[in-house]
Design a protein around this ligand. Structure first.
Ligand SMILES: [Zn+2]
Length: 479
């Protein structure tokens, strides 16, 4: 086993260094040989698998089916939707040489799959009876990244992309909101990230979409992270790819399409929502190990302790708890405690000969507080309860943090102060040059127009013009 140097730069000292060191030292991921690519190590990949499982179940429960489309797309297909190609062209990786010769028709490595799926939808849909068509794919995509950051911005990342076709706008909008709500639920209930749901302003819309919605979470440095997006495409892609159906009235109509995605970026969100100076803090529902048992003892004593630790682990596993026994014999218990704290394991059990004799173990929480004696006989039930409490307290803590750093402001100086440390809810005119001016002077951008907030009108926080969205806009600095 490798022996990682323990500890990271404290979060409070330098958030960015903290993050970069942590993803490596907690063995979540490593940098790939091509700049901007990442290797997901087993510990990080397991978090992804757990998230994927939760999301996949919800995707299927709401009537969608998984399929798989090719990684390679003709460049000419991308060009059919003008805004789409314009938006993505700076990030494209293009194959120009293959099979030992120059290609006549250039091929792009998919940055997203609207075009190839649109092409197939046109082929598969002919009647209103074929609608809605509800597809999802789990895949990798490539978007050339000039300022890479592991999990947050990588040249290749993993995601799911839902693609659906509907008879009319109302049905497509229902789908768009269903996907958004599904993301908000997974973020809140599984990742313990209290996200805000809202609509993007026109400048932040997906290339080719009529309306874009997202969920935004607040990281512990006060910045926003867009953690999932859902787009209503209107008939833009249906027009470009000929996705049509014959209605009940025997009329040929264009379909209304949607797409929605959540990616490995969510892992970065989990790290930055819950982590602290000591390292990661993982929500139990995404923790590869929910409980780690550290056996303590020397020589002949250790044999008995190890046997008891394995027996306990077996009982916890049978109760559905993800548990790991740290059997590394060359490391001290103190080193192991620090190691599992760095790696964010929610609960730790210390098991020594004296504990064993009294039928107990010492229970320590990653959230701190006093250590406790845990009676081994009822350990599975007790720990399952503790894990639920842990999950709930993480969500509560993150919600309080976000609420304390979100200000409703009607004054420019207050706005500037609010986005220094968190978010500002302000009225805005909706003008692109006014948005650009706010970004240039504060670094903040309009994240979303939150859906749950009350309608409100007045004057723009920056230019004093009339407000444009009928609601307050959430501003913040963002990843
Ligand atoms: Zn303005």
């Amino acid at each position: 086993m490798e022996r990682s140097a323990q500890g990271v730069t404290p979060q409070s000292e330098d958030f960015s260094s903290w993050y970069n060191e942590l993803v490596i030292k907690a063995q979540l991921a490593d940098r790939g040989p091509v700049r901007g690519t990442m290797v997901m190590r087993p510990y990080g990949y397991r978090i992804w698998e757990l998230l994927q499982g939760e999301l996949d179940r919800r995707i299927k429960d709401t009537g969608h089916e998984n399929a798989y489309f090719p990684l390679l797309i003709p460049e000419s297909h991308l060009q059919r939707e003008a805004e789409h190609v314009e938006g993505f062209s700076p990030e494209l990786a293009v194959v120009t040489y293959a099979g030992g010769k120059e290609l006549e028709d250039r091929i792009v490595v998919r940055p997203t799959s609207e075009t190839v799926i649109g092409e197939m939808m046109a082929k598969w849909i002919s009647s209103y009876r074929d609608l809605p068509l509800l597809l999802n794919q789990w895949a990798n995509v490539v978007r050339w990244e000039l300022r890479p950051r592991i999990f947050l911005r990588t040249t290749e990342f993993l995601w799911q992309e839902g693609h659906t076709a509907h008879a009319d706008e109302a049905d497509a909008m229902r789908e768009t909101m269903l996907a958004l709500d599904m993301y908000a639920e997974v973020a809140r209930d599984i990742a313990a990230m209290p996200v805000v749901e809202g609509e993007k302003t026109p400048g932040e819309r997906f290339a080719g979409a009529a309306r874009t919605f997202s969920i935004e979470g607040m990281m512990r440095d006060g910045k926003a992270l867009q953690a999932g997006t859902s787009h209503y495409m209107s008939t833009n892609f249906a027009t470009a790819f000929g996705i049509r159906y014959t209605s009940e009235a025997k009329q040929l109509e264009l379909c209304h399409t949607t797409s929605w995605g959540m990616s490995t970026r969510m892992i970065g969100g989990v790290i930055m929502t819950h982590g602290d100076d000591k390292g990661l803090v993982l929500p139990p529902r995404l923790a590869p190990y929910q409980v780690v048992i550290v056996p303590i003892g020397r020589n002949e004593q250790l044999e008995g302790v190890l046997a008891a630790a394995r027996e306990l682990a077996g009982r916890l596993r049978a109760a559905g708890i993800r548990v790991h026994v740290d059997q590394r014999s060359h490391l001290s218990p103190g080193f192991k405690f620090n190691d599992w704290e760095l790696r964010g394991v929610p609960l730790r059990l210390e098991l020594g000969p004296r504990d064993l004799a009294s039928g107990t173990a010492v229970l320590a929480s990653r959230l701190g507080g006093d250590k406790e004696q845990l009676v081994l006989a009822g350990a599975p039930e007790a720990l399952a309860g503790r894990l639920d409490e842990f999950q709930a307290s993480l969500l509560g803590r993150a919600t309080r943090f976000r609420d304390e750093r979100t200000r409703v402001v009607d004054d420019w100086d207050e706005f500037v102060a609010a986005v220094e440390v968190g978010w500002a809810l302000a009225l805005h005119c909706g003008d692109a040059s006014c948005e650009a001016d706010i970004k240039a002077s504060t670094g903040a951008t309009p994240r979303i127009v939150p859906l749950a907030d009350e309608p409100e009108t007045g004057t723009c926080i920056r230019c004093g013009g009339p407000s444009g969205y009928g609601r307050r806009v959430l501003f913040g600095r963002a990843y």
